[in-house]
Design a protein around this ligand. Structure first.
Ligand SMILES: NC(=O)c1ccc[n+]([C@@H]2O[C@H](COP(=O)([O-])OP(=O)(O)OC[C@H]3O[C@@H](n4cnc5c(N)ncnc54)[C@H](OP(=O)(O)O)[C@@H]3O)[C@@H](O)[C@H]2O)c1
Length: 245
């Protein structure tokens, strides 16, 4: 893996993923996207320590900015293209029972959890295709891969307690996008998967979550490294277990 872009890197799992990747892949070009780099002290410190880690300013709600952000990314990845895109950034809403759910919560969750990863991926396709052409090895993250950070709450088959309308529906829709992308990009040898990080102690996961960021991110990286041509279009959790859609 020579290059990777991760969104939502100022905190939580995004920060954990780039901290792990930068140590594991010291020669790769790593691009850490976040919407307010000036308010991301931990990420700034990390990129100060590692020359190969670059911060890219990206507010996912500003779709019109994607084109210029992708131009900036291509200045880093150059003729090698982009091997790995991790659409990690996400949001959730608090009051999500059927009685209390609000239209704006649904819209906000769909915007960041579904619309943004689809449209950012669309904009990055030329870089992913370039990487795929340049690395005619086996299929996986060393060649070209899109990882959509989903959630077990997006699984329809595993939903046995209801609620969470904005978050669940937006992640289920993201899963649908994963499946379609995997079919559409098969001819380009680009692997596409949905990934559930486990229930993790972050601002989103809360203090009661059983997993820490390091366990989840180390597991996700190990799982991603193990995926191959049989994995595309599937839904995995951090420890490699496959989940039902
Ligand atoms: N933690 C869990 O237990 C858990 C479980 C299942 C799935 N997930 C998924 O894992 C991913 C990461 O979650 P997390 O736990 O790390 O959440 P988190 O701690 O709340 O972090 C969310 C990240 O997304 C970014 N983000 C939100 N809106 C954005 C926007 N408009 N533009 C750019 N970045 C934006 C945030 O940036 P700002 O600081 O600028 O808001 C932050 O970096 C999410 O997709 C989440 O749904 C998490």
């Amino acid at each position: 893996m020579q290059s990777a872009l991760v969104t939502g890197c100022n905190r939580g799992l995004g920060l954990g993923l780039v901290s792990a990747l930068v140590r594991k892949y010291p020669r790769a070009t790593l691009l850490a996207a976040c919407r307010k780099p000036q308010d991301a002290p931990e990420l700034q410190e990390l990129s100060g320590k590692f020359e190969n880690l670059h911060i890219v300013k990206l507010d996912l709600s500003d779709i019109d900015s994607y084109k210029s952000v992708v131009e900036e990314i291509s200045n880093y990845t150059k003729e090698n293209g982009l091997n790995l895109l991790i659409n990690n950034a996400g949001v959730t809403s608090k009051f999500t029972t059927l009685n209390y759910v609000k239209s704006q919560q649904l819209i906000d969750n769909f915007m960041i959890n579904t619309v943004a990863p689809i449209l950012l991926t669309k904009q990055l396709l030329p870089l992913l295709k370039l990487a795929s052409q340049k690395n005619p090895s086996s299929i996986g993250i060393n060649r070209a891969a899109i990882v959509n950070m989903s959630s077990i709450l997006g699984s329809i088959a595993l939903n046995d307690n209801g609620g969470f309308y904005p978050y669940r529906c937006s992640k289920t829709a993201l899963n649908a996008a994963t499946r379609s992308m995997s079919i559409d990009l098969k001819k380009d040898n680009i692997m596409v998967v949905s990934l559930h990080p486990g229930w993790v102690k972050t601002d989103m996961g809360g203090a009661n979550a059983p997993l820490d960021i390091e366990t989840s991110t180390q597991g996700m990286i190990k799982t991603l490294e193990s995926l191959n041509e049989t994995s595309t279009g599937r839904f995995y959790q951090y420890d490699g277990e496959e989940l039902a859609w």
